[in-house]
Design a protein around this ligand. Structure first.
Ligand SMILES: NC(=O)c1ccc[n+]([C@@H]2O[C@H](COP(=O)([O-])OP(=O)(O)OC[C@H]3O[C@@H](n4cnc5c(N)ncnc54)[C@H](O)[C@@H]3O)[C@@H](O)[C@H]2O)c1
Length: 254
């Protein structure tokens, strides 16, 4: 499988550093970033090619892995999907825009392309998907991050946001992919609380789901990436597992 990457920051660096030495069947060949130096650095490590125009990779890839920004998804995904190329999208918040969601869905469907949204920085998405159409009555997310992770200069605990995921994504576009992922998985605009807490050094996500099936709660306490404290290590690792899963014969879990 030949892969092109859009966005050569924290997540891309973790994925490439793990995939390149370990996998002969996943060839991460092309690298695009609005900062060409970042693309060149990663391309040099992976013995790949840095491109100035992202369309230069489209003739030679099976899949594009986006790890850049919600805006890049809205701008570039239609051109990728039109060519029938599959995508893994990390900037999941882009899909909370219903109009864009419908547009991307139609282009992908018409051109037999697939859009994969990894579970990212949380556990429990398997259960959420399973119960979404079978009596899920209530689902909430509480996210706790350090001031550094949220880009705030605050020395006491504070609730920064309490409302719907669709509004949280607008206020914290680079920080709340988790809320978007859960909302998309269960097709609901879920309730989200975002707390900045100087006493935490992890990115903590607490999900509670209740319904006819019973109840579950998951708590994920992520180490932030050194290169970007907004991003959790688990987000990058989940994309690595998703990439590898395309070659699996027996798949365990959803
Ligand atoms: N799904 C999840 O659970 C999850 C978790 C963490 C981060 N994310 C998202 O993944 C994305 C990448 O995260 P990161 O930590 O690697 O970020 P980062 O800031 O470390 O790297 C992003 C890179 O993308 C480049 N970039 C930004 N916009 C671009 C554009 N329009 N065209 C080309 N290049 C562009 C930047 O120059 C940068 O090098 C972000 O949108 C982030 O919100 C998702």
């Amino acid at each position: 499988m030949r892969v092109g990457i859009i966005g050569c920051g924290a997540i891309a660096n973790i994925i490439v550093s793990r995939i390149v030495p370990e996998n002969d069947d996943i060839f991460i060949k092309y690298f695009f970033d609005k900062d060409i130096e970042k693309a060149e650095n990663l391309a040099s490590f992976a013995k790949g090619v840095a491109v100035i125009d992202f369309e230069d990779m489209l003739n030679d890839v099976d899949l594009i892995l986006e790890c850049a920004s919600p805006d890049s998804v809205k701008l570039l995904a239609p051109k990728i999907l039109e060519r029938g190329i599959d995508m893994i999208v990390m900037s999941i918040g882009a899909f909370m825009d219903k109009e864009f969601y419908n547009k991307a869905f139609k282009i992908a469907k018409d051109n037999n392309a697939h859009i994969h949204l990894p579970s990212g920085a949380i556990v429990g998405l398997d259960g959420i998907k399973a119960v979404a159409d079978y009596g899920l009555k209530e689902i909430t997310l509480i996210t706790r991050k350090s001031p550094k992770s949220l880009g705030k200069d605050i020395d006491k605990k504070e609730v920064l946001f309490d409302g719907k995921a669709s509004d949280a994504v607008k206020e914290f576009p680079l920080n709340i992919n988790v809320a978007a992922t859960i909302s998309l998985a269960c097709d609901r605009d879920i309730n989200v609380k975002i707390i900045v807490d100087p006493n935490v050094d992890r990115n903590v996500h607490e999900i509670t789901a209740k319904g006819d099936f019973g109840e579950f709660k998951t708590i994920t306490m992520n180490h932030p990436c050194v290169a970007n404290p907004k991003t959790s290590m688990l987000a990058a690792i989940s994309a690595i597992k998703l990439l590898k899963s395309f070659n699996e014969t027996i798949t365990v879990g959803l």
